[in-house]
Every structure is written in structure tokens, then in C-alpha cells.
Design a protein around this ligand. Sequence first.
Ligand SMILES: Cc1ncc(COP(=O)(O)O)c(C=O)c1O
Length: 415
Amino acid sequence: MPLLDESLGHDLAKHPSQTLFGDLQDGEKILDGHSRMAADEVDDPVMGTSQPVFGENGVGPGGEVAVGEIQHLDPFAQIGVAQEQGIRSACYVSHIDIYDEPVYRDKGLQRQAAEIPPSQRGAMAELIPFDDRDGTIWFDGRLIDWRDARVHVLTHGLHYASSVFEGERCYGGRIFHAREHGERLLRSANIMGFDLPYSIETLEAARYEVLRANGIVDGYVRPVAWRGSEMMGVSAQQNTIHVAIAAWEWPSYFSEEARMRGIRLAISDWRRPAPDTAPVHAKAAGLYMICTLAKHKAEREGFDDALMYDYRGFLAEATGANLFLVIDDKIHTPTPDCFLDGITRRSVIALAQRQGIEVVERHLTDDDLGQATEVFITGTAAEVTPVGQIGDRHFQPGRICRTLMQDFDAEVRRG
Ligand SMILES: Cc1ncc(COP(=O)(O)O)c(C=O)c1O
């Protein structure tokens, strides 16, 4: 099967139903694919989808489909289409419309779909908010309904950012470096001055419980811990520490070729703070304040993300990923003395060394950026992502980026 190219991937992410199924407004004009008569004049009409497209995991229905029948979507199409339509779980009634599957079935609409007024036909173009989804979340020691996992407005973590979290990926049912993520969560909490009320083992078992309960095999896991509500001043020595774990589907979707074109980074005005200004080695919520500011500005200017310098003017990292430059066939990466020493970063350094590529950790400057031939970032979300542009400098991802992407993909599947 051909892989998704970047522009198709982009269209799919932005307008999944239009890209997959064409113009749904023309649903009533369809002809039976064999007789070429109007579909409603033929018993069991069939047709090909307007734009069947396939990626690594398959992204939509293809081939001959029965008109007016429910088509089940593969996971990627399911997420995209359901989000775009503002419904929980999409089904595609071939060339008639896209519906929330339970509603469609409950109302016995199978053969009446064409009569449903356009106002009810999706196109809400809204994301499903994260607090209004189906599923189960682990909250203070037990699994509860997704929508019940709430905190009070008077919560210390919300007002003063006394909160730490993790971002982890699960590949084929296994959380990549689960133990390191668990240890970092505990360390982050300790740096912030509190202990988690659960052991690493309990939290690891809870993460798998959440994955199982939600039927997730390839996904993202988000543990979070925060100070509760007993005290609402700056001081909150007695507050209860709460812990929650959520997980959601997150299949990879760009092909290697599309990723090899590289993402575009703006240069941020925000700098990573000094270790005596903020708890820089904790994955603490407050540190993401400047990341969101930097990323929003970059996106407004048409970039994908932002590169941040540190308080001394050295290159630091992107808003949620570590930075690597290739200079003279060696890999150079900033010393993580005022930002996260990412778990992916350490894995990728080991993979590079296994390939016999020298890795140099040092303070990097703008001049180094000028000499770099390849640039990439690493992180749980980003995995290994080549960079094609930083500010007005351009880079051509090459052999080292490709090798490490391939090695990383193999590594995560090994667990
Ligand atoms: C600011 C920041 N830097 C770096 C990373 C990369 O860390 P990891 O590879 O452990 O995900 C992340 C992601 O967690 C991050 O948020």
C-alpha cells in the first residue's frame, strides 16, 4: 500500500471527511456503480468511495461499498472524522453522511439516512473536548467514568501550578520506558516539595489498567499529580496530593517520507529559565506557561513549533522536545542543565552510539546552528522528528535523521 504523503496527511488532519469521502452534499445524486441508475431506484446499490486513501494503517474505506450501509472506519479515520463532526464515534453511511453510530442505530435510520435534514449532518468542525469523552480514568486509586474525573475550581494546583505530570506512549500494548517515566513523576513531585501517595509499582499497574479499560494498544498516557483544596494560600503544606491517569488513542500517521521533509521552528523570544529561577528538571506544569506562549506565537506565524534559547543565550530545546544538530557527521546536543533531559533524548543518544555515531553534549550557539547539516528533535510526542527550518535557516534532513527514525521505530516496538 502506498504511504500517506504530507499534503494528503495535512488535508486529512484538517478536513478528514471531505478528504476521505468527497462532497457529502452530493449524497443524493449518486448513481449505482453497476447500472449507473439513481441509487434509490436500484435494489442494493453499490459504489466506490470518492477518494479512498490508504496509509500505513489504512485511513478510510475503499473499494466497492453498499450505498446507505454503515461503513466501519479504521482507527485513524475514526478519530479524525469523529473529532471533526463533534460526535463520539463516527460511522460513515456510504455516500449519504457521517453519523454518531449509536444514534444512527438507535433511531433505526439505516434506510432513511438521506432524509435527515442537513442541519443534523455533522460539519460542526469542533473537536470533542477532553472533558466530554467516553472512557475511564484512574482517579485517586480507582477507575471512574471519564466525565466524572473533575477537580474543584478552588484547587491549589490550578491556581499556583503545584502540579506535575508525565507524557508517555504505549506501543503495541507496552508503555515505552514506563519505569523511567514513573521515576520522573516521583522525582518531579519531590522537586516540587511533595510525595506521591502511591508507589511506582502501583502507578505503573494503574497505567496498564487504564489502557486495558479503554482498549488502547497504541496510545498516549497522561499521569498527573497536584495539590488539592485544603489550603488556598501560597502555602499549602497540608493539602492532599491527588493523582489521575488518563489515556487516549494516538496512532502514528505520517509516513517516513513525509516526516523527512522536516517541521518548521520559529525562534522564540521566551528563554528557558536558570536552575535558580525555576525547578527546571521537574516536568512541572508551571514550566509549560512559556511553552504555550512560544508555541502559540509560532503557530500564528505559520510555523509548527518554536526553538527556545536558554537564559544564557545557548540553544535549549523546542516547546516539548529536545534538540539535536548534525555537524561534520557527529551529533551535537545541548547539555540539559536547565531543561528536561528527555527519556527519548537518552534513548536516541544510545541508538546513535550503537550506530557508531559520535554524540557530543555541550553548550550550543547560533554559530553551531549555522554549521548544522541536519537538525532533529526528540520527545515522547515528537518521537524523532526532522527539522527542515529554524527561523530563516533551512536544513535538509538526511542519512542520520533517517537512520535514527528507523532505529527508534524498531526500538519502541521492542519495548
Ligand atoms: C519541555 C520538554 N522538553 C523535552 C521533552 C522530551 O522529554 P521525553 O523524551 O521524556 O518525552 C518534553 C516532553 O516530555 C518536554 O515537555
